[in-house]
Design a protein around this ligand. Sequence first.
Ligand SMILES: Cc1ncc(COP(=O)(O)O)c(C=O)c1O
Length: 433
Amino acid sequence: MSYKFDTVKVRGGYNSRQHNYSVGIPVYATAAFDFDGFDHFNSLRAGERLGFLYSRVGNPTVAALEARVAQLDGGSAAVAFASGMAAVSNTLLAVSGGNGRILSTKQIYGGTFDLENDVFPSIGVNFDFIDHDSSIEEWQATIKEDTKAIFVESISNPSARLLDIEALAEIAHKHQIPLIVDNTFATPYLFRPLEHGADIVIYSATKALNGHGNAIGGVVVEGKPFDWTEEKYPQLFKKYWVARDLDNNPRSFIEAFPQLPFAAFLRTKYLAYFGAALSPYDAQLILIGIETLSERVSKQVRNARKIVEYLDSRSDAVSWISYPEHKDSPYKALADKYFPDGAGTVFTFGFKGNDEQINKLIDSIRLFGFQANVGDARSLLINSPKTTHGELNPEELEAAKIRPETIRLSIGLEDADDLIADLEQAFAQALEI
Ligand SMILES: Cc1ncc(COP(=O)(O)O)c(C=O)c1O
């Protein structure tokens, strides 16, 4: 039976009958699982029977999270990781197979950019960075012979820039490469990239999926199987002993797991060996968070809209606002098309103050937190160029279009009037007006 989003978010991926009728999803605090004899072990190992061997590779609490997120996104399978960065880095490594190139943009999370720009080239995988606002023809022209994937954020960090995901998916598929979308800021409540042609979706579950700032985690969702080619992705076609069948015949991941080859490969070769496994304790916290995803995000969107309206009225303190629904936003048409329920709860504005006054603004806030997280139930504010994007040098910040006066807001569940009052008093103190 296929249930609607709000039913899946509280029920998906878990059947109490399989867990001693426990209503709350239990934390399976165990490293390993007993095998009920050799045949049991062998059928688990060969993937012939569902079950668990060792918590670095799979755990029932973590599996409930994986199944729930996969269902929310309309995917065929998901793999959880210990952080959003582990989800991003392992996915990009697995798709590259350790060589070739990936097409991305500089207007993304600073940690991801530094990973792509500095770390990946040191291990033989290169990135081509295109300006986020390039035309689709320019994106297409940047795809090279050995490009293995396009990687983008559906709502970019920090400035909430949008992309035409359907057009990007079309050119990716024309070149027989997958489109990978980091959907952290949107969450599957506001946007489901697989429904618009993307092939793989990544989350930092630390953010709005969890929503309470009390766990670090990441999830990768595979959509309906992409049409992988052996020439470009030999890693999925190679026969591995580790994927052998019950009769010990080595198999490829395409052969052994035709409905979810990428997720199975990612789990077996990357999650298992690089070892960034999500703790079941954190998985439980994220699962509890997801139960209120729609209620939280819809109110946070309403609050964000009120705050944008307030900022709009403060031309004495605010030089620009980068929120996709804003009347001046170049992304307004994309917001209308792809984000009917709201274009997120995180956005930036330009503060009309010098460096010292920006510091004063940050020091003056009382209700907003000053912290490097987003999607939390509590609102927070940060000056991105020095913090969340502090990995970028001044030239890189300019290329990423993150101006020095940028303030990023993540809007929470408080009363919007109190948030506005906090901004008001902080503006007054910082600008002495
Ligand atoms: C869009 C995006 N992707 C990935 C990450 C990394 O997630 P985590 O902090 O869970 O490793 C972040 C963190 O800020 C992010 O904003």
